[in-house]
Structure formats: C-alpha cells, structure tokens
Design a protein around this ligand. Structure first.
Ligand code: FAD
Length: 223
C-alpha cells in the first residue's frame, strides 16, 4: 500500500477570452452587440450575475484532471451538469506490474492525530492484503473492488460549464464540504478568481482551511 498526495491540473485558460465569448452570446438577448467595447464584458457579466441571469455562463466550459480519492469523486459526480471520465476499479487490476502491484491511497492530510492516522494506515494495509489475496485465489476485479475503501486513489477528468463550476465552488469550497474536496477545489477556485474575477470573486470559500493541506495545483497547456 502506497500513500500518495492528491493533485489537480487545469487546462490553461484565458479568462478574458472566455468572458468576452459569454458577453457576445449574452448580447444576443438585447441585440446590443454594437455596444461591445474592450471592457464592456465586466459590467455586463456583473449585472447578469446580480440579476440571476446565469444561463449565459453555460456557453463556455473548463476541463480539469485530478488525482483524488473515491470519496471525492463520489461527491463530485452528484453534480449533474458535469462530465466525468474516471479510472475504473473494474478494469484496473492493482495487483499488476502496471500499478506497482499495490493499492494507492490518498493521504488524508486533515487527519492530524497520529494515533488516528496510524489506525487509518493499518486499515489500508489490511485492505490491500485482502485484495491481493483475493486476486491470488482467482477473484475478478469486480469481486476485489468490493474491499476498496473511500481512500483509494483514482485519476479523474472532469469538464463543466462556467455556470456549473460556479455552483460547484459555492457548495464544495465552504467549510461544510468534505476537506478532501476543499483541498482540491479551493486552489482551483483561486485560479478561476484570478482569471475571471467578475464571475467568481463573490464566492466565499473557507479561508481558514490550512494552506498546507491544499493539493498540488498545476496548469497545463494540454489536458
Ligand atoms: C455539504 C453537503 C452535504 C451533502 N450531504 C448529502 C447527504 O448526506 N446525502 C446525499 O444524498 N447528498 C448529499 N449532498 C449532495 C447534495 O444533495 C447534491 O446532490 C449535490 O451537492 C449536487 O448538487 P445539486 O443538486 O445542487 O446539483 P447539480 O446537479 O450540480 O445541479 C445544479 C442545479 O441545477 C438544478 N437542478 C438540477 N437537477 C434538478 C432537478 N432534477 N430538478 C430541479 N432542479 C434541478 C438545481 O438548482 C441545482 O442546484 C451533500 C452536498 C453538500 C454540499
């Protein structure tokens, strides 16, 4: 059993370009395309958001990849207006060389009590022992995956439109959300706020969440 760190990677975006495209779509409603200037998108988008005219945000999307635990993707996949491709515990045989012959578990950085952490670690090691034993006895992946815990690491590719990202951040970066999701989504929200402040600045994330718990954040030219 290997303990691994979570990460999140986002496609490099140009926030101004995204917001300008949304502005162009939105101005169809008022046939006010002629009013577009270099920074007219700022006032238009702020007004739309204040009035709840948010469907215009659906014209643009952003894709991310992440390395997270099963608990995280269980929560994220509840969001119905997002698309997911997730490492399959039915197709991946973690006893094979390709996977290092072991099960990887995401480090729960937010378990700070050493004794609690040790218990978690023992449970993960025990689980792996049984997975490998079941495999040796001829069990299929469909059978073995039954012993995989919430902590099992998985790669996820997720795409959502800007409106849905806004909604997801509102629910999943507050102190009511699971820390494993906050770890990943607070750094992502901060990037969105930097790139598209007119849309994302109003979101109140959990500012008390420890920065040392943030997942590694990467920006990629290609996802
Ligand atoms: C802190 C927290 C605790 C939670 N605890 C639990 C729990 O204990 N058990 C549990 O089962 N779930 C739980 N959830 C999941 C939660 O109930 C939602 O399923 C999840 O957050 C997805 O959000 P959403 O429904 O807003 O939808 P999305 O699928 O992201 O949809 C976005 C919006 O579209 C609209 N919409 C989508 N589908 C419909 C529809 N069919 N009808 C009308 N409007 C629609 C709604 O306005 C919705 O807010 C929890 C979520 C959070 C954030």
């Amino acid at each position: 059993m290997k303990i691994v760190e979570p990460w999140i990677e986002v496609e490099k975006i140009n926030g101004i370009k995204i917001m300008k495209k949304i502005e162009r779509a939105c101005r169809t409603c008022y046939r006010s395309e002629g009013n577009i200037t270099e920074d007219s998108y700022k006032k238009l988008l702020t007004n739309c958001i204040n009035r709840g005219h948010e469907s215009v945000l659906e014209h643009e999307k952003v894709t991310v990849r992440m390395y997270c635990d099963i608990g995280v993707y269980k929560d994220l996949t509840r969001h119905r207006f997002a698309s997911f491709s997730i490492e399959s515990t039915r197709y991946c045989s973690y006893d094979k060389d390709k996977y290092g012959n072991e099960i990887k578990c995401i480090r729960p950085a937010y378990i700070e009590d050493e004794k609690v952490f040790d218990e978690w670690k023992k449970a993960m090691e025990e689980m792996e022992k049984h997975y490998i034993e079941m495999k040796k006895l001829g069990a299929t992946n469909d059978m073995c995956r039954l012993v995989l815990p919430h902590s099992t690491a998985a790669e996820v590719t997720m795409t959502a439109n800007i409106r849905e990202w806004k909604h997801i951040f509102e629910l999943r970066t507050s102190n009511r959300a699971h820390p494993a999701i906050r770890q990943l989504l607070i750094p992502l929200l901060k990037y969105f706020q930097q790139e598209m402040p007119e849309i994302f600045d109003g979101i109140e994330y959990d500012k008390d969440f420890k920065k040392e718990w943030y997942a590694e954040f990467k920006i990629s030219d290609e996802i």
